[in-house]
Every structure is written in structure tokens, then in C-alpha cells.
Design a protein around this ligand. Structure first.
Ligand code: 16G
Length: 241
């Protein structure tokens, strides 16, 4: 039963449901009780129950499927935006099994945008790899990395399906990724992106551009990543100086 008092009833129900989801009492993918059942159980109006559910859908705890009902969402991966990490490292830190499908790898001439980011001349040959990144078998991101350093063509022989790019760069080539500039923007998935990420065309995705630097601020990687919007949340701590 809900308490009478200053805390709105929709909010109380929302907190009850949220705790069942975050506490694991209701598992991801399972349907939640219908609005009618919630109203009866907690003595609420339909409008009030709907408000609680809508807010939880908007916050990513639940999702609706037309004609089927409302279900518990998979928890999102929270990625901090403070330390420079690679995908493999990120997933291992979360006890998830990372996997990679190399979609393409080739040597390509730098276009004007890439040349500016990597501070090289347009037309210079770079290593380019496009990868689908998965965690526990589920596709999470499509990443296209362009890498430049003297001898970068040797990356063509590396097994990027089974090894981490950042580890190879650091351990084999003495090019540790040390710092990065990163920009994030919201977009909608195109047809090909949706197919690879196993989402619907037009679903939200996050586009991330990263320029990674090695020693003495030397640009090393220019990467474009497309992350599933329903799987990621980014976190950063802000200080007021
Ligand atoms: C991250 C980077 C990507 C980098 C990759 C290396 C973002 C947005 N992108 O996913 O630029 O190439 O890590 O991962 O974070 P790896 O070491 O597992 O190959």
C-alpha cells in the first residue's frame, strides 16, 4: 500500500517499480504487471499508474512493445568520460566478454577532415579498420578507426578480431594511447547501422568522434563510433572552480 503524505502517489509507485528492476527482483526482458493490476494492487487511478510507467520508460528502466505490454529493460552500460580506455578494457572491467567482428581493414588515403585531425597531409596512406564490437554476444557499437604512425601498414597483419587495438599499439608498436579529445552527438540509426547493431532503423544511436594522442601530443587515431542508444549512458563528474 502507498503512504498518504507529501510524496505524490505516482512517485511512490515509480520508486517501488524502480527498486524491483534495479534490485533484480524483476529480470530484464520480463513483462511488468498490467496497468489494471497495478491500480488494483496499490489502489491507484489508471492515470497515476500510467504516469509512473511512462517516466520509467523515459528513464530507460522499462520499454513498451506495441500490442504486447511493458517490459523490464536491460541495464545500460555506464561509461565514464574521464579516463581514456579502449573497448576491450571497458568490457573486461564490467566482467563482460568482449568480441569483435572486423568488417573491413585497409590502407586508405587521408581525406581533408582526417588529415586535419591527425595533422598530416591529405592523401597520406593510413590504416583503417571498421569493427563491430560485441559484449556477451550482443552488438554494442560499430567503430571505424584510422591510425597513423610510421609503420602503421604493419597493422594490416594484426589479428584485430581477437586482440585489442590499444594493446597492440602500446605493446607491439610503442604507441600508447595517452590522451583523447572526444565529441558525442545523438543521431538516428541508418539502415546498415541498424542491421549490424540489431536495432530498428531510426532508433537512437550515439555518434562519438575521438582523436587519440600518444607521446608529446602526437595524433595517433581518429575514430568514429556508433553506439546503441539503448545500451549506453555516459557519466562525467563536473567541478565548479
Ligand atoms: C574505444 C574507442 C575507439 C578505440 C577502441 C579500442 C570510443 C568512443 N572509442 O571503443 O576509438 O579504437 O576503444 O578498443 O570509446 P580495443 O583496444 O578493444 O581495440
Amino acid at each position: 500500500m502507498l503512504k498518504s503524505g507529501p510524496v505524490p502517489r505516482y512517485y511512490q509507485l515509480k520508486e517501488i517499480i524502480r527498486q524491483k528492476v534495479t534490485g533484480g527482483q524483476w529480470a530484464p526482458g520480463t513483462p511488468i504487471p498490467s496497468e489494471r493490476e497495478l491500480c488494483e494492487q496499490y489502489g491507484l487511478s489508471r492515470m497515476t499508474a500510467r504516469q509512473s510507467i511512462t517516466e520509467l520508460v523515459n528513464e530507460g528502466y522499462l520499454y513498451r512493445e506495441q500490442g504486447k505490454g511493458t517490459f523490464v529493460a536491460q541495464p545500460k552500460i555506464t561509461q565514464q568520460l574521464i579516463q581514456l580506455t579502449g573497448f576491450t578494457e571497458d568490457m573486461e572491467a564490467r566482467a563482460k566478454h568482449p568480441a569483435t567482428q572486423v568488417l573491413k581493414h585497409e590502407m586508405v588515403p587521408a581525406d581533408a577532415v582526417v588529415a586535419t585531425a591527425l595533422r598530416i597531409k591529405p592523401g597520406q596512406l593510413l590504416f583503417r579498420v571498421q569493427r563491430l564490437r560485441l559484449a556477451n554476444g550482443e552488438p554494442l557499437a560499430i567503430e571505424t578507426s584510422l591510425v597513423n604512425f610510421i609503420g602503421c601498414e604493419h597493422l594490416m597483419d594484426e589479428d584485430l578480431e581477437h586482440e585489442s587495438l590499444y594493446q597492440i599499439l602500446e605493446k607491439k608498436y610503442g604507441q600508447p594511447p595517452l590522451e583523447a579529445d572526444q565529441e558525442l552527438e545523438a543521431r538516428l540509426a541508418g539502415e546498415e547501422e541498424a542491421r549490424l547493431l540489431k536495432i530498428g532503423k531510426g532508433d537512437p544511436v550515439l555518434h562519438i568522434h575521438r582523436t587519440t594522442y600518444t607521446d608529446r601530443n602526437q595524433p595517433l587515431e581518429f575514430a568514429k563510433s556508433i553506439y546503441r542508444g539503448d545500451k549506453y549512458r555516459f557519466y562525467t563528474r563536473l567541478n565548479r572552480k
